[in-house]
Structure formats: structure tokens, C-alpha cells
Design a protein around this ligand. Structure first.
Ligand SMILES: Cc1cc2nc3c(=O)[nH]c(=O)nc-3n(C[C@H](O)[C@H](O)[C@H](O)COP(=O)(O)OP(=O)(O)OC[C@H]3O[C@@H](n4cnc5c(N)ncnc54)[C@H](O)[C@@H]3O)c2cc1C
Length: 316
């Protein structure tokens, strides 16, 4: 690591988008993520029945620059257009699983996984990072914090204005449940959003392009309100409640699933949109980005990462 290396904390869409711009500008970057792999809320979980997209099931694209990036990802084989699957809006996803997009963007960039950063501090000239195991990483010329707002505040204490902006954001939780059936469910739609009290979305995961799930697999998402109310319910109870809500929505009983799994996202989506783009303390060389700086979407995370990197490059 040279003192010119730029540290990026968070290897989700925002951090990887920033890394991509910086790499193309000839800068050296080093990514850190507390998870075992990249992708964050766009990651896929390995399971005995195949990979499951438990976070963002798909995403929309409007921004011309993001649409251009999507065309490159489609050409690289990481991404596909799923708009035809009965979705009203443009709809994209990773192939053969959502995490293919982050894996593609990561490429051979240096990254430390299972590495939770707990502190970002400055020596006389350079930044250093302290991880949860008390290891120190650095020196770095600049740091980009690309984690959900509630986790960003503690990493931005050196820049109080940025830290207070992150602290002003509240993010909502979502329970997600994957169900695997031996027979196909009688449901014509592959993806549907609901206004119900419990269920917010159902996605036919095994019907997405390139999937090889062993069972007919659906991923259900609970509403923010219901998840908040039942945050500490056991996973078994959450599976039962969402399965029942899905059956009520389909107006018919469901067969017993052969496979079921629940995952709780504590920071799934911000409650409000912002138009911050990215946050910068250019004098100190500390930046923040993430979906919470814009509209809480995959596209917003990508745009925020691009803007953080551009602000950093403009400060050199
Ligand atoms: C259930 C669900 C459904 C969704 N549906 C949609 C949808 O339909 N359409 C859409 O556009 N978007 C959707 N989203 C939102 C979308 O997934 C996010 O907007 C986007 O992925 C956020 O990217 P990000 O890089 O900002 O954050 P993240 O993906 O959260 O990445 C942040 C990364 O930082 C890491 N990290 C956190 N703290 C630390 C630390 N201290 N040290 C090191 N690493 C750390 C995390 O492990 C993570 O990998 C959904 C999300 C969820 C959870």
C-alpha cells in the first residue's frame, strides 16, 4: 500500500462504482468490507437449493449514464433486462445471480473482506483505518465511506458536518423470506408489489434469467412497517407469517415448501430521498456516498459512488 492509495469502506454498489471511476482515472484503491463478499444489499446468498437474491430482487434504470453502464454489464454477461417479465417499469438484474454485478465490478481490485472498520483516523498527513480486530490499515491519501448511513456516522467523526448529515438519515428494516416448492405455484406474475400490511413484494427468484435453483423459488419481502413491528420475531414465525400473507394474496393455499429461509435487513432503505449526490470534506480528503445520499435505489447508489469519486478527483 502506498500513501497515495485511496481506501473505500464498503464494497456494495456505491463503493464499487466509486472504485471503478478511480481505477479508470489511474488511481490505486483498496476496498474493505465486513461481509465475506461484495454486493451489500445486492448480494446473493448461497443455499442448498441454489443462489438466492434476498436483497434487491431487480432494479430500475433511468439515468443515461447508468443505462450506458448497464449496456456494458449486459455485454460482459453480468446483467440482463427483465422488463419483459410483466414489469411495468424498466427492470434489470444480475445474471446468473444478483451478486454477479458486484463480482464483475470488483474484478481484481484489492479488497479485504470479513474486515469491519470501526474507526477512521488521521495521522499528520495520511489516513489510517482501525478494524474490529484492532488491526491498523494504511496509510491512505483519501477515504471514501460507502456504507449505510447509520453505520457511516461512526466512520465520519473526523468530519462532523458529514457525520451529522449521515446521522440525520433513518433507514428502515425489511424481513425477506425465500420459499422453495417442488411444484410450480399457480401465479402468472414473476414479480409483484403489494400495498398489504404485511407483504410488500413477491419475486419468482427461480424464473429469473440464468438461474439454476433446484426448486421453484420465491422471495417475499415484508413491508417496512410490519418488519419494524416484528423485528425480533423468530425466523420460523416470520416464515409462517409471510407464507400465509402470500397465500392470502394469491387467494389460495400454498403447498408446504421444501425449503424456507429468512433474512433480516436492518438498513434496507432510507425513509426519505435526498439530492446530496455524495458528501465531501475535500480539504481533509474524506468522502461519503451510498443510496441514502440520493433515492435509496441501486441506481442512486451507483450515481452516488460516481459523484464521490468525481469530487475526489476534482480535489487532487
Ligand atoms: C430487501 C431489499 C429490497 C430492495 N429492493 C430494491 C429494488 O427493488 N430496487 C432498487 O433499486 N433497490 C432496492 N433495494 C436497495 C438497494 O439494494 C440499495 O439501494 C443498494 O444496493 C445500496 O448500495 P450501497 O452501496 O449504497 O449500500 P450497501 O449495498 O448496503 O453496501 C454497503 C457495504 O458496506 C459494508 N459495511 C457496512 N459497514 C461496514 C464497516 N463498518 N466496515 C466495512 N464494511 C462495512 C456492508 O457489508 C455492505 O457490503 C433493496 C434493498 C433491500 C435490502
Amino acid at each position: 500500500m502506498t500513501p497515495e492509495t485511496i481506501a473505500i469502506i464498503g464494497a456494495g454498489m456505491a463503493g464499487l462504482s466509486a472504485a471503478d471511476v478511480l481505477r479508470q482515472a489511474g488511481q490505486a484503491v483498496q476496498l474493505f468490507d465486513k461481509s465475506r463478499g461484495s454486493g451489500g444489499r445486492m448480494s446473493s446468498k448461497r443455499s442448498e437449493i441454489g443462489a438466492l437474491d434476498l436483497g434487491a430482487p431487480a432494479f430500475a434504470a433511468q439515468d443515461p449514464a447508468f443505462c450506458a453502464a448497464l449496456r456494458d454489464w449486459v455485454a460482459a454477461g453480468w446483467c440482463a433486462d427483465w422488463t419483459a417479465a410483466g414489469n411495468a417499469r424498466s427492470c434489470w438484474l444480475g445474471t446468473p445471480r444478483m451478486s454477479a454485478i458486484s463480482r464483475g465490478l470488483l474484478g481484481d481490485l484489492p479488497a479485504a473482506f470479513s474486515c469491519r472498520i470501526s474507526e477512521v483516523f488521521r495521522g499528520e498527513r495520511h489516513w489510517q483505518l482501525l478494524d474490529a480486530e484492532r488491526n491498523v490499515h494504511g496509510p491512505f491519501s483519501h477515504v471514501i465511506v460507502a456504507v449505510p448511513a447509520p453505520q457511516a456516522g461512526a466512520l465520519l467523526t473526523a468530519a462532523p458536518v458529514l457525520a451529522s448529515r449521515a446521522a440525520s438519515i433513518s433507514m428502515e428494516p425489511v424481513w425477506a423470506v425465500a420459499l422453495g416448492f417442488t411444484e410450480a405455484l399457480p401465479c402468472a406474475l414473476h414479480s409483484a408489489r403489494f400495498d398489504g400490511e404485511i407483504l410488500q413484494q413477491a419475486t419468482h427468484d427461480s424464473a429469473k434469467p440464468g438461474r439454476d435453483n433446484r426448486l421453484d423459488t420465491w422471495v417475499l419481502q415484508a413491508s417496512n412497517r410490519w418488519t419494524r413491528q416484528y423485528l425480533d420475531l423468530s425466523k420460523e414465525q416470520v416464515i409462517d407469517r409471510l407464507q400465509l400473507a402470500f397465500a392470502e394474496t394469491l387467494e389460495q393455499p400454498l403447498p408446504q415448501p421444501e425449503f424456507a429461509l429468512a433474512h433480516r435487513w436492518l438498513y434496507a432503505n432510507p425513509t426519505h430521498r435526498h439530492d446530496w449526490g455524495a458528501l465531501a470534506d475535500s480539504r481533509q480528503g474524506l468522502f461519503a456516498c451510498g443510496d441514502w445520499c440520493l433515492d435509496g435505489t441501486v441506481e442512486g447508489a451507483w450515481r452516488s459512488g460516481q459523484q464521490a469519486a468525481q469530487l475526489l478527483l476534482a480535489s487532487l
